[in-house]
Design a protein around this ligand. Structure first.
Ligand code: NAP
Length: 276
């Protein structure tokens, strides 16, 4: 019996048990995947249970950065992003990686084939943890330009410095100038998410060939995606990123590489729409 889980604080909102539970059943495995609320002062003690009690775990807010302190090692991806979302154990030692990049890239590959054709000129809105994963993923696809647009310009500048010559920092006022030759726009802010303010931008002047991707997936169709769709731009919502980031973690713990099927997507969509 292989056990895995997701930890966070709070954790009630996590849909990871539905995703992993679907795959456990689909592959007829003897395993379980639970959600566990772990407070910050219980994080170190929890990590010590990986190995004896759990094959591994996913890590969500607010532990993604702090948990790195309690691990025996992290891979290059987690180090570049400065955050871990997946832990596993090997020979009594615990390691961490970050699968958000895989999720981000695989979602676009699946739903917007050709999105990364050269020249890839990307605009990333936001400079937090998710934006960091997105920018790192874009460098892996050899983006020609990555314009990071953020309310706090200093955070965008710091991110641009970390990821090299093709990345630059901008304010929202510069968007109209950036739109003309953009081939990808990604919303990596929390704006547009249910319970948060909306993303107050206009897409006027956006290259008609640009793909618009929102990482927000509650609601599934944000105003940004509605606006983009109305203009005829290709759109990709954030649910696929959530589903695809779970694939490498499941494969590591359960030894089977699962698929993101239309049935799985429909299951999670229904859950989101039910407001659970
Ligand atoms: P975060 O680290 O807290 O960053 C939030 C970002 O949003 C920052 O850039 C922040 O700008 C910006 N922001 C927040 N409120 C704003 C406002 N009122 N006006 C302008 N900008 C504002 O959050 P995160 O972890 O990066 O997550 C960002 C979003 O990505 C969330 O909606 C999350 O659910 C989503 N996400 C989705 C997936 C997926 O699998 N689909 C994975 C990860 C994250 P400042 O720097 O100026 O504060």
């Amino acid at each position: 019996m292989i056990r895995a889980c997701v930890i966070g604080w709070p954790i009630r909102q996590s849909r990871s048990p539905l995703i992993h539970g679907y795959w456990i059943k689909r592959h007829g495995l003897s395993g379980s995947y639970d959600k566990l609320e772990v407070a910050p002062d219980g994080l170190q003690a929890f990590v010590s249970r990986i190995g004896p009690d759990f094959a591994g775990c996913n890590v969500t807010v607010p532990h993604k950065e702090e948990v790195m302190e309690w691990l025996d090692g992290v891979d290059d991806t987690a180090r570049a992003i400065g955050a871990v979302n997946t832990i596993w154990h090997e020979d009594g030692r615990r390691f961490g990686t970050n699968t958000d990049i895989t999720g981000f890239l695989a979602n676009l590959d699946q739903l917007a084939p050709g999105w990364d054709a050269a020249p890839l000129n990307a605009i990333v809105l936001g400079a937090g943890g998710a934006a960091r994963a997105v920018v790192y993923g874009l460098t892996q696809r050899r983006a020609a330009k990555i314009a990071i647009v953020n309310r706090s310009l200093d955070r965008a500048e710091e991110l641009a410095r970390t990821f090299g010559a093709n990345a630059s920092a901008h304010t929202y006022a510069e968007l109209p100038e950036l739109f003309g030759d953009a081939t990808l726009v990604v919303n990596a802010t929390s704006l547009g998410m249910i319970g948060k303010p909306g993303l107050d931008i206009t897409l006027d002047g956006l290259n008609p060939a640009a793909v618009v991707n929102d990482l927000v997936y509650v609601p599934l169709k944000t105003k940004l995606l509605e606006d983009a769709e109305r203009r005829g731009n290709r759109t990709v919502d954030g649910l696929g990123m959530l589903l695809h980031q779970a694939v490498p973690a499941f494969a590591r713990w359960f030894g089977v590489t699962p698929e993101v099927t239309p049935e799985l997507r429909a299951l999670i969509e229904a859950d989101i729409k039910s407001g659970a």
